[in-house]
Design a protein around this ligand. Structure first.
Ligand code: LIP
Length: 260
């Protein structure tokens, strides 16, 4: 019975991610050139669509799974034994400025472990999905991390934000460059981590990222054969944490580099 319910949660989460993604796409394409956004903090964007999409997801999940808790980036919520962790738009800065690089992220966490992770990028029409123990897919096709094991042959995305003094992120950036890594920074941690799961890049790391940004995508990497740090600690659910996801061969390099 438990497996049947988890299967149902997985299917419903995928459907909700697509519905939410279509709403995000509609709002993105209809946007005028006016700068319709506010700031929650330094370079921390907020648009009306963030709240609209989170309300849609919360309503759909509550209707299907009324006993589950809900915790979203914009509205907060309760963190119970079974809880949905949601980022309505990851990559809000790009969404706000008209750059088509963002996704919706939905994770289901049971007794502190992520069991379901679903991301949808409505601009590329890519649905990334994973259920613990059942592999990871993009649009239903299995995905795997790359086989890159040498840092000087790797593509590593480094995220950063005003939540961490830039000097610390700069030290990581300097170390990565010194070791010959190809370094990227795109602006959506969720998509950056999902790209590791499908081998588009070989690692994603950030000194601090929120649970709603990364929880779903980290499960994708685990299920795609990658290594992930102990990201989703009890504190992380509400406080965030450092995240490192990578190919197994890059683990040693990145654990050392991030020890800043
Ligand atoms: C973003 C993260 C990114 C981080 C940004 C921001 P948002 O999430 O995905 O990794 O560096 O500061 O937190 O705000 O677009 O949902």
């Amino acid at each position: 019975m438990a497996d049947v319910l988890m299967n149902l949660r997985f299917s419903v989460a995928c459907a909700i991610a697509r519905e939410a993604g279509q709403l995000i796409r509609t709002r993105f394409l209809a946007r005028d050139d006016a700068l319709n956004f506010k700031f929650k903090g330094p370079q921390d964007y907020l648009t009306e669509t963030d709240g609209e999409v989170e309300q849609l997801i919360a309503a759909r999940l509550s209707a299907s799974f009324p006993d589950d808790a809900f915790f979203g980036e914009e509205s907060g919520g309760e963190v119970g034994d079974s809880v949905w962790i949601v980022d309505p738009i990851d990559g809000t800065a790009d969404f706000a400025r008209g750059v088509p690089y963002f996704c919706v992220s939905i994770a289901f966490v049971l007794r502190g472990k992520t069991e379901i992770g679903v991301l949808y990028d409505p601009m590329s029409d890519e649905l990334f999905a994973a259920r613990r123990g059942h592999g990871a897919t993009v649009n239903g096709q299995p995905i795997k991390v790359s086989t890159i094991a040498e840092i000087r042959q790797s593509v590593v995305e480094l995220g950063w934000s005003s939540r961490v003094p830039f000097e610390r992120s700069a030290k990581v950036l300097e170390k990565l460059h010194a070791l010959g890594a190809g370094v990227k920074r795109r602006g959506s941690g969720a998509l950056g981590i999902a790209y590791v799961a499908m081998g588009r890049q070989d690692a994603y790391c950030e000194l601090h990222i929120n649970s709603w940004d990364a929880a779903a995508a980290v499960l994708l990497v685990e299920e795609a054969g990658g290594w992930v740090n102990e990201f989703l600690t009890k504190e992380c659910l509400t406080q965030g944490n450092q995240v490192i996801v990578c190919t197994p061969g890059l683990r040693g390099w990145l654990e050392n580099i991030l020890n800043v």
